[in-house]
Design a protein around this ligand. Structure first.
Ligand SMILES: C[S@@+](CC[C@H](N)C(=O)[O-])C[C@H]1O[C@@H](n2cnc3c(N)ncnc32)[C@H](O)[C@@H]1O
Length: 229
């Protein structure tokens, strides 16, 4: 996809995200590694007035929940250029690569993935993206990888497991790190009053998420266009 004069790329409301305005609008991020696609996504090259070129990569919401959330109109993605992100469930790095574009050279993405197969692609992708630190570990055992991770601004969790909200919830500020212990004790011998509190907090988090999703569902119609890409 060549930009030339036909495509105008404008900043999105979320810093670090862009919209390519052509025949159809497309969400995109500024490519940290111009000339390279990560998962065969479309690239858009735009020429500035001074003759320099900038390349963007189309961010397909069918391939990335974060892109779907942005397109759907989520209020805050809690990351911007310069952010330090702990990303749990990186897979082969599809979304991580866009987060890498988004946070740019002054930011960093610690990308945790436990599958060695996906991890291989992730590591290869990170060779060219100096702001991605791939970590092939089980996200539930932060003791094994926390020495590689400095303080972060945001934890993004997409491990697609039932207890994933606990992951992010209990990794966030505070001394509680061993959430695998937490899951086990939840199942077995946590005090009933304590269990009730944890479950009530969890229910509230899920409730908030569901109302947020309900609020932006009308916008998801915009996804149709990406089917054609
Ligand atoms: C839905 S996929 C992630 C897709 C990715 N976030 C993206 O948008 O490109 C979920 C990933 O989480 C990984 N995963 C599941 N449990 C994990 C765990 N405990 N620690 C690390 N990775 C885990 C899986 O191997 C899988 O690659």
């Amino acid at each position: 996809m060549k930009g030339g004069n036909k495509v105008i790329v404008e900043p999105h409301r979320h810093d670090g995200v862009f919209i390519a305005k052509g025949k159809e609008d497309a969400l995109c991020t500024k490519n940290m590694v111009p000339g390279e696609a990560v998962y065969n996504e479309k690239r858009i090259s735009v020429q500035n007035e001074d003759g320099t070129k900038v390349e963007y990569r189309v961010w397909n919401p069918f391939r990335s929940k974060l892109a779907a959330a942005v397109l759907g109109g989520v209020d805050n993605i809690w990351m911007k250029p310069g952010s330090r992100v702990l990303y749990l469930g990186a897979a082969s790095g599809t979304t991580v690569s866009h987060v890498s574009d988004l946070v740019g050279p002054t930011g960093v993405v610690y990308a945790v993935e436990f599958s060695h197969r996906s991890g291989r692609d992730l590591v290869n992708m990170a060779k060219k993206r100096t702001n991605v630190i791939p970590i092939i570990e089980d996200a539930r055992h932060p003791a094994k990888y926390r020495m590689l991770v400095s303080m972060v601004d945001v934890i993004f969790s997409d491990v697609a497991q039932p207890d994933q909200v606990y992951f992010a919830f209990f990794l966030s500020p505070g001394p509680v790190y061993n959430f695998s212990e937490l899951s086990r004790s939840l199942r077995n011998n946590i005090r009933p009053a304590e269990r009730e509190k944890v479950e009530a907090d969890f229910k509230q988090e899920i409730g908030n998420l569901i109302s947020e999703i309900d609020r932006f569902i009308p916008n998801l119609k915009a996804l149709d266009y990406y089917d054609a890409l």
